[in-house]
Design a protein around this ligand. Structure first.
Ligand code: AMP
Ligand code: MG
Length: 408
C-alpha cells in the first residue's frame, strides 16, 4: 500500500485497500414491507405496474373535449367523477364532466380545467380560459413505468422508499440480514457508566459512540463490554467475537508501544495490519482478518475513534452489508476565523457551519485535541483541510463536510 516517506498511509489508500478485500457477507431474507425499514435491498426492484395506473385528474375541475369548447358556448355537466368512482355514463357532445383530483379521466378527455377558471350556473359551465391539450391530466406511468427499475440492489430502505414500494403494491421485499458486529473497549482504566471511578479511571465512552453508530447503520451489535489489558481475557474475547460475528470492532490499544498485547494476539489469531494513517485525528488504526471475522481496531482517543469509524469503517461495513455507499456531500465555505493546521496530515477538524450574510461560513469548535469530546458534540460538520495545507487565515475558502446520518 502507498505509504509515503513519513510512513503515514493516506486515507484514500487505506480505504481502497480495505474495500478491495471486502465483499457482501449477508444472506438474503424476505420481510413484510413495514418490517424492512432500515434494511438493504438484495435485488433491483422493477415496477410491477404503472404509477399512476390510469390517466387521472391533477385538479378539482371539469374534464373537457377541446372540440366541444370550440363553439365558445357554456358546456352542460353530464355527471361527476370522483377518486375511486369513475364516471361511467354517456358523454354527449356539448357536455363536460365534473371531476375531482385523482379520479380517472373519462375516455376522450383532452384536458381538465380547474374549477377556479370556470363559472357555474346550475349545470351550465362557462370556461374562462382556453385549456392546453393534456392540461391537468396525470398520465398513466408518468411517475413509474411498468417494468422500469425503480430501486437498485444495495439501497437502504428509508422513510422515503416505504411509500414508493407501497405505491407499487409490493408487500414483501428481499433484503439482506443485518451485519453482526461484535464490539469491545480495551483498557485497564475504563469503567462502565453507573459505577464509581477510582483515581486514574475514566468512563468508557467509545463503546457508547460505536454502538450508537452501529444502530444508525442497522447492524446487530454483540457488546462484549470492557476488556482489561490482559492477554488471556483479550484472547478469549477475540475468539468469541470471531465465532459469533461477521466483524469485530475494538477501541484502544492500537497505538504503538502500548498496543503490544493486542498486536501479539492479533498476529497469533489472524492477519492484521497496523497502520499509521495520514489523518488527524485518528493516526493509529488496525485492519485485517481473524479466521472468520473482519477486524477493525480504532484508536482509543474518543474523537479519533468516532472520526475513523465515520470515515473508514462506515464504508467498509456498508460493503460487507451489501449497501451501496455514497460519499458524503462536501461544500465550500469561508473560514470565519483563523484555523490552526500543520502540513502532513489530512485534518478533519470539527466545525460549526452556518449561513452568513454572503454565503456559507464555518468556525472551529475550539480545541481540536483528539481527547476533547465536546468539540465533536458542538460541531455540525468536518472542516476538511488538505494534507499539505498549513494554517488557514480568516476569509480563506475551505472544504466542509456536513455530518451525515451516522452522526445526527
Ligand atoms: P489507547 O489507544 O488505548 O492508547 O488510548 C488512547 C487514549 O484514549 C487514552 O487516554 C485512553 O484512556 C483513552 N481511551 C481508550 N479507550 C477509551 C474508551 N473506550 N473510552 C474513553 N477513552 C478511552
Ligand atoms: Mg489503552
Amino acid at each position: 500500500m502507498g505509504f509515503d516517506t513519513s510512513g503515514l498511509l493516506p486515507l484514500s489508500d487505506a480505504l481502497q485497500g480495505m474495500l478491495e478485500q471486502l465483499a457482501c457477507c449477508c444472506d438474503t431474507e424476505q420481510l413484510p414491507l413495514p418490517e424492512a425499514l432500515g434494511r438493504i435491498l438484495a435485488d433491483d426492484i422493477a415496477s410491477p405496474l404503472s404509477v399512476p395506473p390510469f390517466d387521472n385528474s391533477a385538479m378539482d375541475g371539469y374534464a373537457v373535449r377541446l372540440a366541444d369548447l370550440a363553439a365558445g358556448t357554456p358546456l352542460i355537466m353530464a355527471g361527476k367523477a370522483f377518486a375511486g368512482q369513475p364516471y361511467q355514463g354517456e358523454w354527449p357532445a356539448g357536455h363536460c364532466v365534473r371531476i375531482m383530483t385523482g379520479a380517472p379521466v373519462p375516455a376522450g378527455t383532452d384536458a381538465v380545467v380547474m374549477q377556479e377558471e370556470t363559472r357555474a350556473d346550475g349545470e351550465r359551465i362557462t370556461f374562462l380560459c382556453q385549456p392546453v391539450p393534456g392540461q391537468n391530466i396525470r398520465r398513466a406511468g408518468s411517475d413509474m413505468a411498468k417494468g422500469a427499475c425503480v430501486l437498485g440492489a444495495g439501497t437502504r430502505l428509508t422513510p422515503r422508499e416505504m411509500p414508493l414500494l407501497a405505491s407499487l403494491g409490493i408487500a414483501t421485499v428481499s433484503v439482506r440480514r443485518p451485519l453482526r458486529v461484535a464490539i469491545f473497549s480495551t483498557g485497564d482504566e475504563l469503567k462502565p457508566v453507573g459505577t464509581p471511578l477510582a483515581h486514574g479511571d475514566i468512563y468508557d465512552s467509545n463503546r457508547y459512540g460505536v454502538k450508537a453508530m452501529l444502530a444508525r447503520l442497522g447492524c446487530d451489535c454483540l457488546d462484549l463490554g470492557i476488556l482489561p489489558d490482559n492477554p488471556d481475557l483479550l484472547r478469549a474475547a477475540f475468539i468469541r467475537a470471531d465465532q459469533e460475528a461477521d466483524v469485530l470492532i475494538t477501541t484502544g490499544g492500537v497505538s504503538v508501544g502500548e498496543a503490544d498485547f493486542t498486536k501479539q494476539l492479533l498476529d497469533e489469531l489472524g492477519e492484521i495490519g497496523f497502520w499509521k494513517l495520514a489523518i488527524k485525528p485518528g493516526k493509529p488504526f488496525a485492519f485485517g482478518r481473524l479466521p472468520h471475522a473482519w477486524f477493525f481496531g480504532l484508536p482509543g482517543n474518543p474523537v479519533s475513534a468516532m472520526v475513523t469509524f465515520d470515515q473508514l469503517v462506515q464504508p467498509a461495513l456498508a460493503k460487507l452489508a451489501g449497501q451501496r455507499f455514497e460519499r458524503p456531500l462536501q461544500l465550500q465555505a469561508v473560514a470565519a476565523e483563523p484555523l490552526k493546521k500543520s502540513p502532513g496530515r489530512l485534518d478533519f477538524q470539527r466545525g460549526i457551519l452556518c449561513q452568513g450574510p454572503s454565503g456559507l461560513e464555518v468556525r472551529s469548535t475550539g480545541s481540536q485535541d483528539s481527547a476533547v469530546f465536546s468539540s465533536l458534540s458542538r460541531a455540525n460538520c468536518y472542516i476538511v483541510l488538505e494534507r499539505e495545507r498549513g494554517r488557514v487565515a480568516a476569509g480563506e475558502t475551505v472544504t466542509v463536510e456536513p455530518f451525515g446520518g451516522l452522526l445526527l
